[in-house]
Design a protein around this ligand. Structure first.
Ligand code: ADP
Length: 487
């Protein structure tokens, strides 16, 4: 069977290569994290399909790159419209496939998917420019040329959202694309491929290869005919990809993990601080940006903890399709066991688990209780490693210097949240924090014009606005002399 029906929509389970659906002889089983129900057998790509996809993207590149930003933009704007027309379907498919909240997909995520496409199309059409620099009468003109075939490797926690952050600018820049979605969440990428066809995007410009990272991803990332790799995922996989890219010196953009701090200062609005802290359980903790280390000034620690507990106790765990639900299931049994392993080891070490700490016995399946570890031993695994589940740590500090030392004291630098009621104070803190994104008295808001990425082990490079085009395009400087002209 080459189609499955999910939430009333037909989703193709085959690769999308050169505008055609191509099946693999081998398949793997995709189940829903909500209840373990069988969703379908998905084509399990091999080197054959990976190579075919790169070849198709390479063939499509000259015509797509020659089209220019305006003609490409028109097609991409049509694609954005089609996403908008299909928000409900995409939301339903994504929720069945990855278990995130349906209401979030409907209200926030899928509209943002459309915006990811529209924003970068319009940016390439209208905004992408640098000033021309003058040197002794010579003009340095900066332009962005399409670079070739971009390989995009994406994770399962926000599948279509994170994929379109990359697809939007890559296609708008004039690159052609091979997307490899995560094996646990292949469905929205496949449905999206149909929308690209419907939008009139030429065959081969956008390709999807389904399957496992080690099998198909490895072939794509080591391919000599690709020009860019953009990857969102874990640090160990990024290292493997960097090695794969090294032989061809293929430029990589990496957005990786985090163990971000959420700092609550003595001058903070404690209601706001508690609200922001509880928000870190969003998506069942499967968010790379999540502020999983709550650092609180000792003078307000008890008052804050009480407000936090009050709010956290109201979180409703359950079916992500239920509009009342706040926390759904984890993505997959393998990942669930990984999270449980972290918590079990913390327990065995004698860490103080003051909330949750176990699978939700009532719901069973892949539901893990929102968990809080109080005052973990500095340097212990639970407070240094990325759990990527609903597990937060809470620690106290006495001074700003101590807070900053703790906040910056990990190998990561993806994000930070600062809660303070004083602008000067907040500024002094944000100046010293090492992170790609810092939120002050807020969380998760980001303008697509702004750079996004991580410091230290949390990433390589930045995407967003011009930064995306600096990566996906070949940036060119044409220096024009004032001399030698005959006209
Ligand atoms: P996780 O461990 O949380 O699943 P990964 O970083 O391993 O996160 O996965 C993110 C994406 O990277 C997925 O699409 C996965 O298939 C892909 N991937 C995993 N291993 C490789 C690899 N060796 N080469 C290319 N892609 C890979």
């Amino acid at each position: 069977m080459s189609f499955i029906e999910v939430a009333g929509a037909k989703v193709d389970t085959r690769h999308f290569i050169g505008g055609q659906r191509i099946a693999s002889s081998q398949t793997y089983t995709n189940t829903s994290p909500i209840d373990g129900s069988f969703l379908g057998e998905i084509s399990r790509g091999s080197a054959v399909e990976a190579n075919e996809a790169v070849a198709a993207a390479k063939r499509a590149f000259p015509a797509w790159s020659a089209l220019g930003p305006v003609k490409r933009g028109e097609l991409l704007l049509r694609l954005a419209e089609l996403v908008e027309e299909n928000i409900e379907t995409l939301a339903q498919i994504e929720t069945m496939d990855n278990g995130s909240l349906l209401r979030s997909h409907r209200r926030g995520v899928m509209p943002r998917v459309a915006l990811n496409i529209r924003f970068f199309a319009e940016w390439a059409m209208n905004e992408l420019k640098h000033e021309a620099f003058e040197t002794r009468g010579h003009t340095n003109n900066i332009s962005w040329d399409p670079s070739g075939v971009a390989v995009l490797i994406t994770p399962w926690n926000a599948p279509l959202m994170l994929a379109t952050w990359k697809i939007g600018p890559a296609l708008a820049a004039g690159d052609t694309v091979v997307l490899k979605p995560a094996e646990w969440t292949p469905l929205t990428a496949s449905f999206f491929a149909d929308l690209t066809k419907q939008a009139g995007i030429p065959d081969g410009v956008f390709n999807v290869v389904l399957g496992f990272g080690r099998e198909v991803g490895a072939v794509l990332t080591s391919h000599p005919d690709i020009s860019r790799i953009s990857f969102t995922g874990s640090v160990p996989t990024a290292k493997v990809i960097a090695h794969a890219a090294a032989d061809n010196l293929t430029p990589c953009s990496f957005e990786l993990g985090g163990k971000s701090p959420l700092l609550v200062f003595e001058d903070a609005d404690l209601e706001l601080a508690a609200e922001l802290a509880v928000e870190q359980y969003d998506n069942a903790g499967q968010v790379c940006l999540s502020g999983t280390r709550i650092l609180v000034h000792e003078n307000i620690a008890d008052a804050f903890a009480e407000k936090f507990r009050e709010r956290a106790s109201k979180l409703k765990q359950g079916d992500p399709r239920d509009p009342e639900t706040d926390i759904g299931p984890q993505i997959h049994q393998v990942h669930f066991d990984r999270i449980k392993g972290f918590v079990d080891r913390a327990k065995a070490e004698g860490q103080d688990i003051v909330m949750g700490g176990q699978p939700n016995a009532e719901l069973g399946g892949l539901f893990f209780e929102p968990t809080l570890v109080k005052n973990p031993t500095p340097g212990s695994e639970i407070v240094t490693a990325e759990v990527f589940g609903p597990v937060l740590c809470m620690q106290t500090f006495k001074t700003d210097a101590e807070a900053l030392e703790m906040a910056n004291g990990t190998e990561f630098g993806l994000a930070a949240v600062v809660v303070s009621g004083n602008r000067d104070h907040a500024k002094r803190i944000t100046d010293e924090l090492v992170a790609g994104t810092i939120w002050v008295n807020c969380f998760f808001v980001r303008d697509l014009r702004a750079p996004f990425g991580g410091s230290k082990k949390s990433g390589v490079g930045r995407e967003g606005g011009n930064w995306s085009f600096d990566f996906y395009a070949d940036v060119k400087n044409t220096v024009v002399s004032p001399n030698g002209w005959k006209e």
